[in-house]
Design a protein around this ligand. Structure first.
Ligand code: SF4
Ligand code: SF4
Length: 111
């Protein structure tokens, strides 16, 4: 397997000031060209919710999304690929009409 989670940071890790050597190793990508195998959606703590009624299909979110997770069909945003969306919130931050909102992933349970 090319992607490994060795240990997740805990609340204890976040309480005190640390440098990079104190933070536990999270993921490693050891093979180039393997991005489709690494479903970064499993890291997500927040989920973007798209409101089609507000969306003006300007494609700013599509341009900014670092995971190319915005799904576009016939020139319109129709959703988000949750296999690869890592919940960074850039789409919500950049959208000029606030058509994306971020919800805590825990609100959705195990889907
Ligand atoms: S940035 Fe906002 S308005 Fe523009 S396409 Fe994305 S969701 Fe729609
Ligand atoms: S939250 Fe981040 S990764 Fe997910 S769709 Fe928005 S910009 Fe892309």
């Amino acid at each position: 397997m090319m992607f490994m989670i060795e240990k997740f940071p805990t609340k204890e890790h976040l309480k005190k000031k640390q440098d990079y050597k104190d933070i536990p190793m999270a993921g490693k990508i050891t093979n180039a060209g393997s991005s489709l195998l690494n479903k970064t959606g499993s890291w997500r703590a927040f989920r973007p919710i798209h409101d089609k009624a507000k969306c003006i299909n300007c494609m700013i979110c599509y341009s900014f999304c670092p995971e190319e997770a915005i799904i576009v069909e016939d020139g319109k945003v129709v959703g988000v690929n949750l296999d690869y969306c890592k919940g960074c919130g850039i789409c919500a931050k950049e959208c000029p009409v606030k058509a994306f909102s971020m919800k805590e992933e825990s609100e959705f349970g195990k889907e």
